[in-house]
Design a binder for this molecule. Structure first.
Ligand SMILES: *Cc1c(COP(=O)(O)O)cnc(C)c1O
Length: 227
């Protein structure tokens, strides 16, 4: 019996990324893997780091704080991908380099307040609920423009783009409309607000190839990497 190693799983995801990029006529180097490490401990994250991954995603602030007691390698980029409560914002901006789950005006206000107080700036993504029913995280597409404006007027925040989560389905083709919808929304916001929004964080283990076909720049992959 052969065992599948972390290295094997990372290689398989890289291969899957390359194939999807190739089919879409895109440059694979323009697509970043964010390794979603929420289910593993720090030593496994470090192993993935040593295998070349630099972007890591976590969804809970308290768990991440406990897990990362040791200092991180200086070039790790930590993404907060889970829901953020306003009373945790100060911790979040000190722990995470990128906040992907910004989805309401009150959260924008609190993020601006805390980053200003701490004299830092943070790149953020606006999380949009493109899929509708069942999903609770993310703003309604109809209010995305207003929140995007609010972020872009916040001195200590930098709006880099949009993030979405598709519902879990058997056939990833069934959620293509979600990724397509996020890209179209991004294009509209760029036009209407005259801002650049280069980042589209979309696609997970089950559907990242479809997300790449629809323009994902960051795929958030957990199970395919960490099992
Ligand atoms: C857990 C999680 C992922 C990774 O999902 P997998 O199916 O394990 O790849 C991606 N994005 C978010 C927001 C998550 O919570």
């Amino acid at each position: 019996m052969t065992t599948v190693t972390l290295q094997d799983r990372i290689s398989a995801v890289r291969l899957g990324l390359d194939e999807a990029a190739d089919r879409a006529g895109r440059d694979p180097a323009a697509i970043t893997i964010t390794a979603v490490s929420k289910t593993v401990d720090y030593p496994v994250m470090l192993e993935a780091y040593e295998l070349g991954l630099r972007h890591f995603g976590e969804n809970r602030i308290q768990d991440t704080r406990e897990k990362l007691r040791d200092p991180l390698p200086a070039d790790i980029i930590l993404h907060l991908i889970g829901q953020l409560q306003s009373n945790k914002v100060a911790h979040a901006v000190q722990l995470f380099h990128v906040i992907e789950s910004v989805d309401r005006p009150s959260l924008v206000a609190e993020l601006e307040k805390q980053t200003a107080r701490l004299e830092m700036t943070r790149p953020v993504l606006l999380q949009v609920n493109v899929a509708g029913e069942g999903q609770k995280a993310g703003c309604d597409p109809g209010v995305a423009s207003a929140i995007a404006q609010l972020i872009s007027r916040s001195e200590h925040l930098r709006l880099d783009g949009l993030m979405t989560m598709a519902p879990l389905v058997d056939d990833a083709e069934d959620v293509r409309f979600v990724f397509h919808g996020l890209r179209e929304l991004r294009d509209q916001l760029q036009q209407h607000l005259s801002i650049g929004l280069p980042v589209l964080s979309m696609g997970m283990t089950n559907d990242y190839q479809v997300a790449i076909a629809e323009g994902a720049t960051h795929i958030r992959v957990g199970r395919a990497i960490f099992g």
